[in-house]
Structures are given as structure tokens and as C-alpha cells.
Design a protein around this ligand. Structure first.
Ligand code: GTP
Ligand code: MG
Length: 138
């Protein structure tokens, strides 16, 4: 078993998809070990996505991710990182496989409904970015 980190992004929250997305995550075999409804300041969003600093879409990404509330969660499952990225689909919803969360709920490459960590190391870093140890329930 291992863990990944996810956020339901402001577009999917605004569009009323929190419940459906969490249900699809559970049905795919992920267990929620930490969960919160929160938001990112522009400063915090900039830090979270610092790896993309300098890319042409960075300012848009930071402003979008701080545009409204998000849901942050740590998820547990065998092969969590890989399996979760399969479940969410490609970054660009036009390229996302049918049935994936992004195919169903994302509107564009920028406003793409969910985040999923891209490695075990980043899953741990991103989980700690959002949650104190006392907020995680193994
Ligand atoms: P995350 O799970 O959010 O990290 O997405 P990803 O791993 O599928 O994509 P990546 O890490 O390469 O990019 C991070 C986020 O930046 C994406 O999810 C998009 O929201 C945004 N992004 C990436 N490429 C573009 C782009 O070309 N234009 C815009 N507007 N946003 C982009
Ligand atoms: Mg990424």
C-alpha cells in the first residue's frame, strides 16, 4: 500500500462535482486518509506549483488555483500514484480517456478539475504541504 495526494480544483468545486469525484475515487479503491475543504492564497499556490515557475502558463495556473475553494486529500491504495493518474486521465481533457475524472469534469487544460501527484516523493511532500500529522488517519 502507498499514498498519493490530490486536490479537487476550483473549477470542479464551482461546478458542483465534489461529491461525484470523491465517490469515483472511493469506487476505484482509494481510501481517504486525510481530507479538507480549504483554499490556496496566491502565495501558497505559487509555492505548491513552484516547479512550473517560468513556464508560460504559470501565472494563469497560480491565479486559477487561488480563485476559490479546493478539496485536498491524501489517498491510500496499492500503486496509489500510478493508479490515481490513470483514474484522472491526461492533463488536457481533450486527450483524457473516456470515463476518467478529467474527461468527465474538466473544461480545459488549465481548468482540469483535479490534481494528482506525479511520484511517491512528491506525494509525501504535497501531503505535508496541506496536512499536519494529526490530520492524517491511517
Ligand atoms: P497536476 O496533477 O495538476 O500536476 O497536472 P499534471 O501533472 O497532469 O500536469 P502538469 O504537472 O504538467 O501541470 C500542472 C498544471 O498546470 C496542470 O494540471 C494544468 O492545470 C496547468 N497546465 C499545464 N499545462 C498547461 C497549459 O499549457 N496551459 C494552461 N493554462 N495550464 C496548463
Ligand atoms: Mg503535475
Amino acid at each position: 500500500t502507498n499514498r498519493t495526494f490530490t486536490m479537487i480544483k476550483p473549477d470542479a468545486v464551482r461546478n458542483g462535482h465534489i461529491g461525484a469525484i470523491l465517490a469515483q475515487i472511493n469506487e476505484a479503491g482509494f481510501r481517504i486518509v486525510a481530507l479538507k475543504y480549504t483554499s490556496l492564497s496566491t502565495q501558497k499556490a505559487g509555492e505548491f506549483y513552484a516547479v512550473h515557475e517560468g513556464r508560460p502558463f504559470y501565472d494563469e495556473l497560480v491565479s486559477f488555483m487561488s480563485s476559490g475553494p479546493i478539496v485536498a486529500a491524501i489517498l491510500e491504495k496499492d500503486n496509489a500514484v500510478t493508479d490515481f493518474r490513470k483514474l484522472i486521465g491526461a492533463t488536457n481533457p481533450k486527450e483524457a480517456e473516456a470515463g476518467t475524472i478529467r474527461a468527465k469534469y474538466a473544461s480545459s487544460i488549465g481548468e482540469n478539475a483535479v490534481h494528482g501527484s506525479d511520484s511517491d516523493d512528491n506525494a509525501a511532500i504535497e501531503g505535508q504541504f496541506h496536512f499536519a500529522g494529526t490530520e492524517v488517519f491511517a
